[in-house]
Design a protein around this ligand. Structure first.
Ligand code: BMA
Length: 366
């Protein structure tokens, strides 16, 4: 039985020095973000690792936009605990995000997932504000341009405001804000996004975070748990080099993918590096650690989940892992990260689902 009462853990965390009376007050005044933080802490306390999948409810290997469908559910019988959504191009005023998912669909289905007891996380791949190219266009010395007063600084704040408004307006049936994890400016220890390591200084990167938080905070958005997620690193110094500060971050994350050419030992070593630092920092600073993005594209290794991923993560106190999307086979062939019905990795994924420590939707705290 994996279920537990996360609010009880939340109370202990939030009121270590309080009287019983103060503890009761604490429960009533939790913000949506604090409620989610308590839930994530409870997962770690109970040695559970929640499983997440990007765009799980939007489309899968053979379908798209079918109510309540999910490649994960179609294989194991339960939804993932976590659904990640990406807001790329919301800043452009478009009705659909960069992979075609309508923002209205995201709003409705994030609420539906929360109503079922699930957790929503968000990433954002905004366009390059200087060149108007994609997030992967690294030209234009963007950080210098957007951080100094002027037109680009104004428009960057408007872009961030668009995201803040969308997230702040995610509501349940009672009109209450739905808590989410937001993971901006991710994989910054690589240099494939315009905010990457070789494209800006540590101070500029931190200032971008601070600007982002300021825009959210000025709007009084209280439903965001903030995740900092470097890609692969080789030292704690590198992991923390661009950390904006404890007041800006709730989750120490890590984005580490498996690449067949590099192999299992390399993946395991890279996971060891990132998760050692993430869990160490989380413990020292009273925060949460997570493997915020991972995966093996196309699952050429049928037992990747149980033989490669799980052994690499099992010794780390992390609240969750998220794998990337299952693109529809005729839209982006071979670009999937969980098996779909009929794929040879199904039995391994079912075994992964059945592990006592993996938490899918029905295993989450109620
Ligand atoms: C990448 C791929 C792309 C996609 C992008 C943003 O990893 O999945 O096809 O456009 O993420 O979601």
């Amino acid at each position: 039985m994996k279920n537990l009462s996360y609010l009880a853990v939340g109370l202990i965390v939030l009121s270590a020095c309080g009287s019983k009376q103060k503890q009761e007050v604490a429960e009533e005044t939790l913000t949506p973000a604090q409620t989610l933080i308590a839930q994530l802490n409870a997962l770690v306390a109970d040695s559970l690792i929640a499983f997440g999948h990007h765009d799980d409810l939007s489309y899968g290997y053979r379908w798209e936009y079918q109510p309540d469908s999910s490649d994960v559910k179609n294989v194991v019988g339960d939804y993932p605990a976590i659904v990640n959504w990406d807001l790329g191009e919301i800043e452009w005023g478009l009705p659909r995000q960069l992979d075609g998912v309508p923002f209205d669909f995201i709003r409705q289905n994030a609420a539906a997932h929360a109503a079922r007891g699930g957790i929503n996380t968000f990433s954002w791949h905004p366009r390059n504000p200087v060149t108007k190219g994609s997030a992967w266009d690294t030209s234009g010395d963007v950080l210098s341009a957007v951080l100094q007063p002027g037109e680009l600084n104004d428009s960057m704040q408007i872009w961030i405001g668009t995201v803040a408004d969308f997230i702040g307006n995610l509501r349940d049936a009672e009109g209450q804000r739905i808590p989410v994890v937001f993971r901006p400016w991710h994989e910054h220890t690589g240099s494939w996004f315009w905010w990457g390591q070789d494209l800006c200084t540590p101070e500029q990167y931190k200032d971008l975070w601070k600007m982002t938080r300021k825009v959210f905070d000025e709007r009084g958005i209280d439903n965001v748990v903030w995740a900092y997620s470097p890609d692969k690193v080789s030292s704690l110094e590198q992991y923390m080099e661009r950390y904006p500060g404890d007041e800006y971050v709730d989750v120490f994350g890590a984005d580490v993918y498996y690449f067949p050419d590099a192999g299992k030992d390399y993946f395991t070593q890279m996971i060891n590096n990132d998760l050692t630092y993430a869990t160490q920092m989380a413990k020292e600073r009273g925060k949460i650690a997570a493997l915020t993005e991972t995966g093996c594209e196309g699952l050429p290794i049928n037992d990747w989940y149980c033989d490669v991923l799980y052994p690499a993560i099992k010794d780390y106190p992390i609240a969750y892992i998220t794998v990337w999307r299952n693109a529809k086979h005729d839209v982006k062939p071979g670009h999937f990260y969980t098996p779909y019905p009929g794929h040879p990795a199904v039995s391994d994924f079912v075994e992964f689902y059945n592990l006592p420590r993996t938490a899918f939707l029905q295993d989450l705290p109620r």
